[in-house]
Design a protein around this ligand. Structure first.
Ligand code: HEM
Length: 151
């Protein structure tokens, strides 16, 4: 695929609201406790993330890496509009703060994705790899703080 625009369009389409295809077909006992729109968005981000981590150091893959970053960006921006399921477990008085904290951290994550995009555009693979480390730490923190322990 030669056109970066086509790449971007395809990448964005990867984060459109998903029909729950995959898991709906799973047997009942294998299903996770709950399926959420945020969870589905995260799953899509995860697909791009896993590939990106493998190829981020390889400058010959930068065009493909930018397409993966576009998918991550679309998913992270969508995640910003959704609330963690765990918000329901927080006492009502603290819920708005919990969601605001989540949004603040997700916003920071979106800006890391923006920096990563710039690094690949500049062909700076060392910077890209450093950003990927930071994003991995943000993922770990975000999950510890905002994900339900059983999700
Ligand atoms: C590299 C970045 C990230 C990846 C690849 C990623 C991936 C995932 C995956 C695979 C799940 C499980 C989905 C499921 O089982 O349904 C998940 C759930 C979740 N993630 Fe992430 N995540 C990332 C970053 C973050 C960040 C930065 C935050 C918070 C600021 C976050 C918050 C959550 C929450 C709250 C859930 C539970 C879904 C729900 O409450 O409905 N994630 N993520």
């Amino acid at each position: 695929m030669k056109s970066p625009l086509l790449f971007a369009a395809l990448a964005l389409s990867l984060c459109l609201p998903a029909a729950p295809v995959g898991r709906a077909a799973e047997p009942e006992h294998k299903k996770k406790a709950e399926e959420t729109e945020l969870g589905n968005t995260m799953e899509k981000m995860n697909g791009a993330w896993r590939k990106l981590k493998k190829q981020a150091g390889d400058a010959t893959n930068n065009a493909a890496s930018l397409a993966l970053v576009a998918t991550m960006k679309a998913c992270a921006e969508k995640a910003l509009t959704l609330k963690p399921a765990r918000a329901e477990d927080v006492p009502a008085a603290g819920r708005a703060d919990f969601v605001a904290d989540y949004q603040k951290d997700m916003k920071e994550f979106v800006s890391l994705v923006g920096e990563l995009e710039k690094a690949f555009q500049a062909g700076d693979n060392a910077a890209a790899q450093a950003l990927i480390q930071k994003m991995g730490a943000a993922q770990k923190e975000g999950h510890k703080e905002f994900k339900r322990p059983d999700l």
